[in-house]
Design a protein around this ligand. Structure first.
Ligand SMILES: C[S@@+](CC[C@H](N)C(=O)[O-])C[C@H]1O[C@@H](n2cnc3c(N)ncnc32)[C@H](O)[C@@H]1O
Length: 187
């Protein structure tokens, strides 16, 4: 009897091990697929950096804040909770999208996220746009935003500039050491 129970327990542990490895496999496979589609890796920001950027944005209650490539949506959730703005994100990596959904659920946030390519979305409704992308997509994004966003829209791009936008302003996450550039534009 005791032998049967211990065998069942070993099978149960093996099943749990298999389930964990399979989940890890799915997590990294979808992360890789996301990267192959977008050519932009999923990297999440620290809470400290999120709040530094949000402070720079000088958000007003009710404004619409959009994150292009919202990752795990921590940025949008923090913005919604602290500044009472409407938050919308687009994400193409299934792994990041699922993490977003879990975070939104856990934090009881109203942030809306879509598993969509932001290049296919008309962004004219945005008041403030945030992005943390890669140099290979910035020229295309720059053209899109120039054509599309309404007058007054503010754009904050972490790490990489939008080519050919006038009146570029630069702030730093680490002002003292001039590290972590935030490129700021207004239409
Ligand atoms: C560096 S992460 C930034 C995540 C988040 N914005 C943050 O700051 O924590 C960039 C994300 O953009 C997503 N992405 C890149 N191009 C995209 C596109 N065209 N449409 C939707 N998501 C995109 C990637 O999948 C990746 O998760």
């Amino acid at each position: 009897m005791g032998k049967i129970i211990s065998m069942s327990f070993i099978y149960f542990l093996l099943f749990l091990l298999f389930l964990s490895l399979f989940s890890l496999f799915l997590f990294y496979t979808f992360l890789l697929i996301g990267y192959l589609i977008t050519k932009v890796p999923f990297v999440s920001l620290s809470k400290k950096d999120i709040h530094k950027i949000l402070k720079m944005m000088n958000l007003k209650e009710g404004e619409v804040l959009v994150d292009l490539g919202c990752g795990d949506s921590q940025f949008l959730i923090e913005a919604e909770k602290k500044y009472k703005v409407k938050t919308i994100g687009y994400e193409l990596s299934l792994t990041a999208f699922i993490l977003s959904k879990i975070n939104i659920l856990l934090k009881k946030a109203k942030t809306k996220i879509y598993l969509k390519d932001f290049f296919k979305i008309n962004l004219s409704y945005s008041d403030v746009i945030f992005c943390y992308l890669f140099p290979n997509v910035m020229a295309r994004l720059s053209e899109k935003l120039k054509k599309e966003v309404k007058t007054g829209t503010k754009i904050f791009s972490l790490a990489f500039p939008l080519p050919d936008w006038p009146n570029e302003k630069i702030l730093y996450l680490d002002e003292k050491n001039k590290k972590g550039k935030i490129f700021i534009y207004q239409k």
